[in-house]
Design a protein. Sequence first.
Length: 379
Amino acid sequence: MKMTVRMKTFAGMGLLVLIVSITFSLTTQSYTSSLIDEFQREHLDARYLSAAPEEQFEIFKSYFLDHTRANALLSVTHGVRLSFFVAIGLIYSFWISGVLTLPLKKLITAIERVSHGDLNVKVPVNSKDEYGQVAQTFNDMTLRLREAEDARRRLVADVAHELRTPLSIMQLKLENAQQPGQNVPPEMLLRLHDEVIRLGLIVEDLHVLSLAEAGRLTLDCQPLDLSARLEQIVEDVKMEAEENGLEIRCHSNARPVTVMADARRITQVFINLLTNAIRYTPEGGKISVEIEDQVVDRGSIYATVSVTDTGIGIPAVELAHLFDRFYRVEKARSRHTGGTGLGLSIAHHFVKAHGGFIRVASEPDRGTTFTVYLPSGNG
């Protein structure tokens, strides 16, 4: 059982009361014992012993009430006791104030370091009480800040890299076109136009992705027959798949599978997934799209779409970062194979905006399956 700050304070006060009580009891016992010893020395004689019990009691009582030296000693003893108890209280107050404020001092020092830009600071967690929870929460916060800062730096670097290539091509072509006597062939203008389109797509993807991440993506959700839409999407990418020597098929339920979705956004999700499957599946491979309805997951009902390929696969250590912006699996999925690294991140956020999620299962050299879960619209 963990001790809260309140419990620790209560236990400390209880300890103080116990110490005071024991001290008071011992001093009182000592003082009473000294008075009895003194009474025995001064009054325990033959006359006292021969007196009646009532008379003996009165003699003993008078000793405690009337003996001036005993009363003076009692006053001094009470003063000593009071001073002792006050000293104990002050020492305890000083100690408990130090115990209660020390974690806060460490936390304040850490906060000041963070305010100066040091995100590597970490507060030691020495207990499981409220202070320990605050320290752990602070450490978790700085960890998230470090991750966010790292992500920001990677994003800036990736955006710069993605924009540099088409800009460099455009600059080179335009510089060549400005040479004296240099004619501008239509092919050059076409290449420049292609690069402008590429830049526009990157900027548009980044804009849409930023809206989705901020939860400000506008969706026009209407009842959508997922089976019919997937068959159309597969038909649209079939030519590209066949040009790469791939077989692609769509398996769906006989009856309509209805979801509430923005048709344009959901179409982009599956276009991105199928484009990735085509890009990373070697010639002779297969791509299948399977639709299921009324799939129960964690108490909710979903319609699912699985895109399975027989491609190069993804190592397990890479799966956790697969939906990060500009993330590519090293070597096999590099910039040289095409794409900007935004497709999966956009798909992830579009599906999340619809109240669903994406799961991925993959084995290197065996293939990959992306499964999209969308809240079912069928009753």
